[in-house]
Every structure is written in C-alpha cells, then in structure tokens.
Design a protein around this ligand. Structure first.
Ligand SMILES: C[S@@+](CC[C@H](N)C(=O)[O-])C[C@H]1O[C@@H](n2cnc3c(N)ncnc32)[C@H](O)[C@@H]1O
Length: 220
C-alpha cells in the first residue's frame, strides 16, 4: 500500500477511502465464493509470524482479549484461534470484509470463538474497550491516506485506541508508510514504545533501510 511521499507526509490516495475497500472486498468475497481464495494477507505471512512470535515470547495469556483493528479477511484472527487464543475480536468498517472474514472463519471452524463486528474505528461503539492487546496491520496506514482530513482522522485514531486498550495494554502496529520516528511522534504521548520488531531490510545504492516498520507500544 505504499503511497506517494511528499514533504510532511503522503499524498492522499483512494486507498484511504471506504469506496476503495468496499470494491476490494466485493472482489475478494466473489473470489472466495468461486475459488475458495481467502484473499490478500497485507505484508505477507511473515507479518503474522512476527506478531505471534512476540506474543509467545511475552507470554501473552491465551485468555487475553485481543482486538484486530481493520481485520480485512480475518486471517490473523484464525491464526490466533489456532494457537488457542479464546477472546479475539475483529472489526472492520467495511461490511463486506466482515462478511468475507465470517465465511473464512466458519470454514476454519472458529465461528464460536472469534467475534466480528462492523465498526468504524474512528467512531467506535462504547463496548469497544478494555482490550489487553490491539493489533493494526495496515489500517492506520489506510486511514492516514484519507483525502478528507487525514490529520484529524489520525488524532481520532489515537483517541479511539486509548479507549479500546486496557491500562498497560499493548498495541502492535505494522506500517509501510510511516517510519519508527514518525510512529513515535504519532503515538508517543499516550503510549510508550517497548520494542521494535525486526523486519526485512533492503540495500540500495549502498544504503540500507526497511520498507516495513513493526512496533510494540504499551499504554501509559
Ligand atoms: C491494508 S488493509 C489490512 C487488512 C488486514 N489488517 C491485514 O493485515 O490483512 C486495511 C483494512 O483497514 C480497514 N479500515 C480502514 N479504515 C478503517 C476504519 N476507520 N475502521 C475500521 N476499519 C478500517 C479496511 O477496510 C481494510 O480492511
């Protein structure tokens, strides 16, 4: 989802709009119905392995409440359920994404464990609170590309996150649009960074860097 970088941020893009995601999940739902194809895992399989490795290393208990913000096809929720996590919720503002994730979760046999809700994280319901772990893989990226008031939407995201997380709860974010420094600026006030998760590095013209940033924050 890498977007065009301009001074002070990124060019607004269709990737930040509801219409874009509605069209994506309409296609993906059709592909699932026709061919059983589960659709795209943003940032690939390794992005899920990286998060799971961290949860295991930190002994996040299997009864911890976990929220996947902008779950898309819900595949990460399925991986958590396979590991034995029993209090997992996925939200997405796109009803077709929730329909697709529901079908995939049903096929995998986890409908009785995984909770799904159509929710706009920028206008969350009051029940969306008290989670021990919140996961974001690509959703903050999408929101920050919204052509209509991205700075306010980013602020609203941080407020929603504060409400959704339990005190001392963890927030795991994977981004391809923001560097570690930029994410620290966005989340630094209410959250403390506890770990940077290793992501693949690339080298170009003698300089190396990472195209994906994965950070773990803890609510202060
Ligand atoms: C890049 S996709 C990532 C999907 C999934 N997390 C993954 O890693 O495969 C971004 C997701 O965020 C959802 N999304 C964007 N803005 C949202 C919002 N305000 N509230 C809830 N979901 C949102 C989109 O519908 C889409 O499913």
């Amino acid at each position: 989802m890498e977007a065009e970088e301009v001074e002070g941020g990124f060019e607004p893009s269709v990737l930040g709009t509801r219409e874009y995601w509605d069209a994506v999940y309409e296609r993906e739902l059709q592909a699932f119905q026709e061919f059983g194809d589960s659709g795209e895992i943003w940032f690939g399989e390794e992005s899920m392995t990286r998060l799971i490795r961290w949860m295991e290393k930190c002994n996040i208990p299997l009864d911890a409440s976990v929220l996947d913000i902008g779950t898309g096809n819900g595949i990460f929720l399925v991986e958590l359920a396979k590991l034995g996590y029993s209090d997992i919720t996925g939200i997405d503002y796109c009803p077709l994404a929730i329909q697709l994730s529901g079908r995939i979760i049903e096929k995998e046999g986890f409908s009785n464990i995984i909770k799904l809700q159509v929710e706009d994280f920028l206008h969350p319901s009051t029940e969306l609170s008290g989670f021990h772990v919140c996961i974001d893989k690509g959703t903050f990226d999408a929101i920050s590309l919204n052509p209509d008031g991205a700075p306010e939407k980013k602020q609203q995201y941080v407020q929603s996150l504060c409400r959704a997380l339990h005190d001392q709860g963890f927030f795991l974010i994977t981004s391809c649009n923001w560097t570690k420094k930029e994410l620290l600026e966005e989340f630094g006030e209410g959250f403390e960074m506890v770990e940077e998760l290793p992501t693949p590095t690339f080298t170009f013209a003698g300089r190396s860097g990472n195209s994906v940033t994965a950070l773990v924050f803890q609510k202060k």
